[in-house]
Design a protein around this ligand. Structure first.
Ligand SMILES: Nc1ncnc2c1ncn2[C@@H]1O[C@H](COP(=O)(O)OP(=O)(O)O)[C@@H](O)[C@H]1O
Ligand SMILES: [Mg+2]
Length: 282
């Protein structure tokens, strides 16, 4: 079982709810994720959300990305620009632009080549010089298998290349948080593998790198995540389901000893069954 410690909170969601008009979509969302420290390893965290369609995954994700202000509650993330306190960045309310967001229906700039899109994505970063930016872009394009298409336009790319471009834009533009809404949907096996590889590259890039994603592929969620939440409708006290989404289950793969595994073991398979049942029950 891999050893690890948990340090400061990097994401703290307190009592979050979102309503559109008088229709409450999600409510009572509470969870905290901490920086996970592994000996001799620089590694970020990977957090998965699963749940049936319409339960509020995209709504929650837009709130986590600061794109939509929740009608209730607070969302705090690490403030990497602030002075560290006791060796850790303090927490502050999330704002638009803090978190990279790859939406379900992402769009690419039609009139920019891949390389130009990356330059545009990095335009607001003041922590790296222009020369440094150029080097970073070249290195990332190579690592992500996009270098050979750097002078092409989005309509000249395959679906998988477009998906990686959309993710890489967010990686280069923002801090350590990246949220991906169904990044695997509609991709063939080869491209799914490419996105998995992209996850690994992001994960190893920084201690505080944090990937938050949702998927309908439970096996993939269990394979990739170290923390997994089921969002669904809770059971009402008298029986039957409520009709407002919330977190109905949390599975900590670290505590189960099956996070960061190269093998899909019997324990992973058992967890898949548990997760499926939790989804069906909510
Ligand atoms: N802008 C909006 N206005 C009104 N209702 C919305 C809006 N966005 C989403 N909804 C509703 O919120 C519910 C949850 O949607 P969504 O967050 O997209 O769920 P999921 O991503 O889990 O499929 C759905 O019933 C959807 O119709
Ligand atoms: Mg959705």
């Amino acid at each position: 079982m891999p050893t690890y410690n948990q340090a400061e909170a990097i994401l703290q969601v307190q009592d979050v709810g979102v309503a559109y008009g008088d229709k409450q979509i999600i409510q009572n969302i509470n969870f905290t994720e901490k920086d996970v420290l592994r000996p001799d390893q620089v590694q970020g965290q990977t957090i998965a959300f699963v749940g049936r369609s319409g339960r509020g995954k995209s709504t929650l994700f837009r709130s986590l990305a600061g794109l939509e202000k929740p009608t209730q509650g607070t969302i705090l993330i690490s403030d990497l620009d602030a002075q560290e306190q006791e060796g850790h960045p303090p927490l502050r309310g999330v704002r638009e632009g803090d978190v990279g967001f790859v939406s379900q229906n992402y769009v690419l700039f039609r009139h920019k080549t891949i390389e130009q899109a990356m330059e545009f994505a990095m335009r607001k970063r003041e922590d790296v010089s222009e020369t440094e930016k150029g080097k970073m872009i070249t290195q990332h394009l190579k690592d992500w298998g996009l270098y050979q298409v750097k002078d092409q336009y989005p309509n000249e790319l395959s679906g998988g290349q477009r998906q990686r471009t959309a993710i890489l834009e967010q990686v280069l533009s923002s801090t350590n948080y990246i949220i991906m809404d169904e990044p695997f949907s509609g991709l063939d096996v080869g491209n799914i593998q490419n996105v998995i590889n992209a996850f690994k590259l992001i994960n190893l890039s920084h201690e505080l790198a944090t990937i938050i994603f949702c998927t309908h592929d439970i096996e993939l969620a269990v394979e990739l995540a170290d923390s997994l939440y089921v969002i669904g409708y809770p059971t009402k006290p008298g029986g039957g389901l409520d009709n407002v989404g919330t977190l109905v289950k949390h599975f900590d793969l670290k505590a189960r000893g099956i996070a960061w595994s190269d093998q899909f073991s019997r324990e992973h398979q058992l967890l898949v069954e548990e997760v499926k049942q939790a989804i069906l029950d909510s």
